[in-house]
Write a protein that binds this ligand. Structure first.
Ligand code: ADP
Ligand code: ASP
Ligand code: MG
Length: 410
């Protein structure tokens, strides 16, 4: 008998009918002899609706009150799913994060899980119950409700699986696994049977919203077997696993993209020590996360400096940089919020040269101008104009033959 944690995302619990279908699926797992803990998201669109309500009252609502509000969507689905299970003759109990004692820090809206009390859950399982836990939420040391950031139910599920030492954490969603790229952008994308934690972490960090980054971090750290599957159709899904368990390693595993980037450039700043700090220091102090940074070779005593931030921070960052640039006597500050970052990801890159060159060639042939480039051991990212997103993703997908069954390292 195995212990399985199943997580169902917003679309999977998007209506009363869908909740019924989830109950049927949970019961099938029970009938196969497994203990099941279920983590649910809010019904699709609900979290956005709640955020929108708050914004109608206050543009920047208190983070504590916002968490109290947006955590409610998950409480609704836990109770409805428990009812659907009970109606089918399966004993079940729903719990909020606070009831379970999913203890987090106090960083409202982006809290981190510190500890989970598993005792109550284990007692329920022993009594033959299915335990239904609200995803996305926890409680801090003062008993305040916290939430884990958008997509956070994935992290609730993996953290519960780690704490319970579950045999598998299954993430049920509206696609039947992790694909070579978002199938909404490239319909020829192919489902991967397996992907490494490391690659999945890169894909998530580089913008693939299929799994929340922290859920992959958690799964890698605690070695939780993690599988992404569809709640609509049966199938093996994608197993996220260790590198040495993958027999046929592809050169490139996938293409990620991030629409949520904006670029800021300062031209003609003095090419002297402390300039990067003078520009980025105040940006960091304003709690703005900087992604890519690029500085040109200096000429005539001046240099150019470019970096990217998230869209929400763009205007704020631009104002800060304008003020700092003036103090530094820079020639000009410009910004561009209509950019995207497209990245190739694959552990196979470590042992293979020429991938970057091929990527640049493909983009050149499509006449796509590259604005920034950044590389690491297992990824290459480029920043391009947002109008080229689909073209860039599809032409790279095609050139690297990601739709073919296996693009093996030779
Ligand atoms: P849920 O509500 O179940 O958490 P999400 O919307 O968070 O679902 O994640 C599923 C979506 O992730 C898919 O509908 C798909 O468009 C998107 N996605 C992005 N990148 C990928 C990828 N590489 N493989 C599969 N789906 C992806
Ligand atoms: N409901 C939350 C969100 O929409 C958490 C989740 O679905 O994972 O972000
Ligand atoms: Mg999600």
């Amino acid at each position: 008998m195995a212990l399985i944690v199943q997580k169902y995302g917003g679309t999977s619990v998007g209506s009363v009918e869908r909740i019924g279908a989830v109950a049927d699926r949970v019961i099938r797992a029970r009938q196969a002899g497994d203990d099941v803990v279920v983590v649910v998201s809010a019904m699709s669109g609900e979290t956005n609706r709640l955020i929108d309500l708050a914004k109608q009252i206050q543009e920047r609502p208190s983070e504590r009150e916002l968490d109290s509000l947006i955590s409610t969507g998950e409480q609704v689905t836990t109770a409805l799913l428990s009812m659907a299970l009970q109606k089918r003759g399966q004993d079940a109990r729903s719990y909020t994060g606070g009831q379970v004692k999913i203890l987090t820090d106090s960083a409202f809206n982006k809290a981190r899980i510190r500890a989970i009390d598993t005792q109550g859950i284990l007692e329920d399982l022993k009594a033959g119950r299915v335990v239904v836990v609200a995803g996305f939420q926890g409680v801090n040391g003062n008993g305040d409700i916290t939430t884990l950031g958008r997509g956070g139910s994935d992290t609730s599920a993996v953290a519960l699986a780690a704490a319970l030492k579950a045999d598998e954490c299954q993430i049920y969603t509206d696609v039947d696994g992790v694909y070579t790229t978002d199938p909404r952008v490239e319909p020829r994308a192919r489902r991967l049977d397996r992907i490494t934690f490391e690659e999945m972490l890169e894909m998530a960090s580089l913008g693939s919203k299929i799994l929340q980054i922290r859920s992959v971090e958690f799964a890698g750290k605690y070695n939780v077997p993690l599988r992404v599957l569809s709640s609509f159709v049966d199938g093996p899904g994608t197993l996220i696993t260790l590198e040495d368990e993958i027999v046929e390693q592809a050169l490139i595993s996938g293409i990620a993209f991030n629409r949520d980037e904006a670029q800021l450039t300062v031209n003609g700043v003095p090419d002297s020590p402390g300039v990067a700090y003078a520009i980025l220091g105040p940006v960091a102090e304003a709690n703005i996360e900087v992604d890519m940074v690029l500085q040109n070779i200096g000429r005539d005593g001046t240099t150019d400096f470019t970096f990217t931030v998230q869209h929400v921070d763009y205007e704020k960052a631009l104002a800060i940089v304008r003020a700092e640039a003036e103090k530094l006597g820079a020639r000009e500050v410009s910004g561009n919020a209509k950019i995207v970052k497209v990245s190739l990801v694959g552990v196979g890159m470590r042992s293979h040269a020429g991938i970057a060159a091929k990527m640049f060639k493909v983009l050149a042939e499509e006449k796509i101008n590259i604005r920034m480039i950044s590389t690491s051991e297992i990824k290459i990212s480029v920043v391009v104009d947002d109008k080229y997103l689909e073209l860039a993703v599809r032409s790279l997908h095609d050139a690297f033959e990601l739709d073919a069954p296996i693009a093996l390292i030779d």
